[in-house]
Design a protein around this ligand. Structure first.
Ligand code: ADP
Length: 136
């Protein structure tokens, strides 16, 4: 069983996200922690300056609420973490920070079955220092 399982979730594809949580739970023990992570991609500073004040904070809050509702629908405690940055780098950084021993990630967005792995999944598989379970 794995002690700390990190589950990166793309808010735009929550159905696949839920499937990855099921796999995470199947690989976790009673004392394991499961962390749902969403990364909000950085936008250039000049573009951010054009946005109404508070837009990024609102996005962060909305993402937290979405993931928290999913986390609460499971009968075990599940942590939610929302970060900003470059998606695959943040996933790898959070995996190190939380000492994750497993990352469970979907292979690609729906409808892109021609691709063996999506770009985020491919980089995570290639660079992670822990095991990665790819859900297809
Ligand atoms: P594609 O290139 O087809 O969109 P990705 O590799 O980006 O495929 O996505 C595969 C998986 O990577 C997603 O299902 C999710 O697990 C993870 N992922 C993608 N984007 C994000 C994000 N912004 N935050 C957290 N995880 C993400």
């Amino acid at each position: 069983m794995h002690k700390t399982v990190l589950v990166p979730i793309d808010i735009a594809h929550l159905r696949e996200g839920k499937a990855t949580i099921d796999i995470a739970l199947a690989n976790a023990g009673e004392d394991s922690s499961i962390i749902l992570l969403n990364v909000i991609e950085d936008i250039p500073k000049w573009a951010a300056a054009q946005l109404p004040r508070g837009t990024l904070d609102k996005s962060k809050q909305a993402a937290y609420q979405e993931l928290n509702a999913i986390a609460q629908s499971f009968s075990v405690p599940i942590e939610v973490d929302i970060r900003m940055g470059h998606t695959y780098k943040v996933i790898l950084d959070v995996a190190e920070e939380k000492k994750a021993d497993l990352i469970v990630i979907a292979s690609h967005r729906p409808g892109f079955q021609d691709y063996y792995l999506g770009s985020t999944a491919a980089k995570v598989v290639r660079h992670a220092n822990c095991s990665v379970h790819v859900v297809r």
